[in-house]
Design a protein around this ligand. Structure first.
Ligand SMILES: NC(=O)c1ccc[n+]([C@@H]2O[C@H](COP(=O)([O-])OP(=O)(O)OC[C@H]3O[C@@H](n4cnc5c(N)ncnc54)[C@H](OP(=O)(O)O)[C@@H]3O)[C@@H](O)[C@H]2O)c1
Length: 386
């Protein structure tokens, strides 16, 4: 039986008890456990995949912490997480048209598209019965897979960093720019100031902005991540210089710094995937007509703002969940051309996935964390392993 990681409500309860309810002492690696998983039987439109590599994602952190909701409990006591993977097709149902045995594929995390293609729920999170891909094998619907662009110039770990983060960024960017352009046309203003706060999604967001000729600024605490972005023409601002906005004075100092950097204008577009103390900092430095977009709530789910102030400044807040299925495929066309992700210096072994998640939780990684699941890689990707 293939092995797969799971998160159980019992493990969450035990860890919560150990730390006496103090989430700052919570160790995510004690909650994510290796399990055996009986795969569902392959149907006519299903594809059997051997997982090669996965990226660690924050929704797993949220599931283990049960900080936004206790999704393991809601799903009956256990979930099998993981919704970003690169895999090799090892079997296809009779009705499968797009894939054949030996193909290398990516997943997207759309669990159930609505009438416009946006997800009602996320795979391996709140989509009922969905089983994730932090495991050795999976059986998935054909509609959940995209051909991996093996000739895009990225190595296998870089490709594995993108299946969830790139489509999110792709959609956030289209939305943010579209909203801004409703207010201010290209005839009036061509080059925008675009600010993103740390994390892989914001990095991808800024890569699109820079590629389209805008001024892109990355505010993160990691010198390695900033250096990588600077090599792509994206300016870095050290978030730790402003104590990650712990106090109002820190936000004021950040605002002064940004206004100086941006000639007093501020940021026309801000990507804030974190919320918490990052949100007021992002609002403070937004320009008139600015747009603040987010698809994440890593530090807090709630935000607070002065509606009158934002109205007077004509600022728009926009909330994104995830890309459509076709948008996820379109985002894949930009791998290597636009998306050149940072990857954490250690490629984790499959058995070290819980530690990868805990280190991501602690924000100590130098890039997107990748876990190598398969020890023997197919010939198709062997040349892509650095
Ligand atoms: N809706 C979606 O489709 C979707 C998709 C992907 C992610 N998300 C959500 O978006 C959020 C970010 O995910 P991601 O994948 O972009 O992040 P990530 O690549 O895992 O990176 C998280 C990084 O946030 C940075 N960060 C910046 N400011 C921070 C602060 N004030 N406190 C702590 N860390 C800070 C840290 O890097 P530094 O130390 O360099 O600052 C940390 O490494 C998560 O909540 C995730 O669940 C949503």
């Amino acid at each position: 039986m293939p092995r797969s990681y799971s998160i159980s409500s019992d493990a969450i309860a035990a860890e919560t008890k150990r730390v006496d309810g103090d989430l700052s002492k919570f160790d995510v690696s004690r909650v994510i456990a290796l399990d055996d998983l009986k795969l569902k039987e392959r149907g006519p439109t299903d594809v059997h995949v051997r997982i090669l590599a996965v990226s660690a994602e924050h929704n797993v952190d949220h599931a283990a912490l049960a900080d936004t909701m206790n999704i393991a409990e809601v799903r009956g006591g256990k979930i099998y997480p993981g919704n970003s993977a690169v895999g090799e097709v090892i079997g296809v149902g009779d009705g499968v048209k797009k894939f054949k045995v030996g193909d290398i594929v990516l997943t997207h995390c759309n669990g159930e598209p609505d009438e416009y293609g946006y997800p009602l729920r996320i795979w391996a999170y709140d989509q009922p019965e969905s089983v994730g891909w932090y495991g050795e094998e999976a059986v998935v619907g054909e509609w959940q897979l995209i051909h991996a662009p093996l000739d895009c110039g990225l190595n296998l770990w870089e490709i594995a960093a993108l299946p969830l983060r790139a489509p999110t960024a792709y959609h956030l960017w289209r939305r943010a720019l579209g909203i801004y352009r409703v207010k201010v046309g290209r005839r009036q203003h061509a080059r925008l100031n675009v600010l993103g706060f740390g994390g892989g999604v914001s990095e991808c967001f800024l890569m699109i902005a820079a590629q389209e000729g805008h001024r892109a600024i990355f505010c993160s605490g990691s010198p390695e991540r900033r250096a990588h972005l600077e090599s792509l023409g994206i300016e870095g601002v050290d978030q730790k210089q402003f104590n990650r906005f712990a106090t109002r004075d820190d936000v004021k100092a950040f605002s002064k710094h940004m206004k100086g950097l941006l000639g007093g204008v501020g940021a026309h577009i801000v990507c804030d995937m974190l919320r918490g103390p990052v949100f007021p900092a992002g609002l403070q430095v937004a320009s008139r007509m600015g747009v603040n977009v987010s698809a994440g709530w890593q530090l807090d789910t709630a935000v607070n703002y002065n509606s009158a102030n934002l109205s007077v400044r004509q600022i728009t807040l926009d909330h994104v969940h995830f890309e459509t299925v076709e948008g996820s495929a379109a985002a894949t066309e930009l791998y290597g051309q636009v998306f050149k992700p940072t990857v954490h210096k250690e490629i984790y072994a499959f058995g070290d996935l819980p530690r990868a998640m805990e280190e991501m939780h602690q924000s100590v990684q130098t890039g997107i964390p990748i876990v190598r699941v398969a020890s023997d890689m197919p010939a198709a990707v062997q040349g892509l392993i650095p």
